[in-house]
Design a binder for this molecule. Structure first.
Ligand code: PAF
Length: 284
């Protein structure tokens, strides 16, 4: 495994691999890896001949009041995990390498990114789409893998790849959970022991809604109301940002569960913002 710190070097190597017919599988991350990221590596291997994992805490996707400077970092541990998982290249550029002093071009998605997290994190998806577009150009992947925990992010990136004609297959991977159901996230490291226990209540509440749907409740107003009250009692969040039922394709609210309906939540437990979701499929 090699670690590459410069985009010029990374791009030259990616070009070389592409010209020799080797398909690159890309796993974009912000580092501080956990089992969820490693599952993305495993999936990337199924779609490629070599895996590039990018590790870059992207400043442009953080708002001024957000956790950019305290975002957890542990490069040594990350490299050991990558080696163990069979990653071929870790691309870990500096902010200066990615955003030179006079950087002035951004990529914006104007529909899917407006609701859900977009309402609470202005500019976030512009930062995400910009960095992912740059990473695609630097690493030239055949396939790129994103986790469904960030379902809106995955949909926005699918749209970006389609609308900007990136020749990349976007693979959306299942959510990986802790043994008590909490969706894995680097930000879980912020939770105190008591907050961590409350945080498990988010998935327990989502499971209850899944059961309600299995029992025949399809009206989303009923499902969302029940989810909200379960989250209040089980997770005791300090803030509920949203609890919504949206179509997984358009990310627009729906009245009844049809096709694929995403039930998505964002809450704060203490100072930590957590998101999670389940996908309800009509006819199942
Ligand atoms: O999901 C993440 O870790 C980030 O948003 C991503 C896709 C690596 C872009 O910085």
């Amino acid at each position: 495994m090699i670690v590459i710190p410069a985009s010029r070097e990374m791009q030259a190597l990616a070009l070389e691999h592409m010209r020799s017919g080797r398909r690159i599988g890309l796993v974009p991350t912000m580092g501080f890896l956990h089992e969820g990221h490693i599952s993305l590596v495993r999936i990337a291997k199924e779609h490629s001949d070599l895996v590039v994992l990018t590790s870059f805490v992207n400043p442009t996707q953080f708002g001024p009041q957000e956790d950019f400077s305290r975002y957890p970092r542990d490069n040594e541990r990350d490299d050991a995990l990558c080696r163990q998982a069979g990653v071929d290249i870790v691309f870990r550029p500096s902010p200066h390498d990615i955003y030179g002093r006079d950087h002035s071009v951004y990529v914006d998605e104007t529909s899917l990114s407006s609701g859900l997290c977009g309402r609470f994190r202005p500019g976030h998806f512009r930062g995400v789409v910009t960095i992912v577009a740059k990473l695609f150009n630097i690493t030239m992947p055949h396939a790129a893998v994103f986790g469904r925990k960030d379902a809106q992010q995955a949909r926005v990136i699918e749209q970006m790849a389609r609308d900007l004609n990136f020749p990349v297959k976007i693979v959306v991977a299942p959510i990986v959970r802790e043994s008590d159901g909490l969706a894995m996230s680097s930000r879980n490291a912020y939770l105190s022991p008591s907050e961590r226990i409350r945080a498990a209540g988010i998935y327990a509440s989502l499971l209850l809604v899944e059961r309600l749907y299995a029992d025949g409740v399809t009206e989303t107003a009923v499902l969302v109301e029940r989810l909200r009250s379960e989250i209040v009692s089980r997770a005791q969040p300090d803030e509920i940002q949203y609890v919504e039922a949206v179509d997984y394709g358009t990310l627009k609210p729906v009245d009844t569960v049809k096709d694929a309906t995403l039930i998505a939540v964002a809450v704060k437990i203490g100072q930590t913002r957590l998101i999670d979701n389940i996908l309800l499929l009509a006819g199942t």
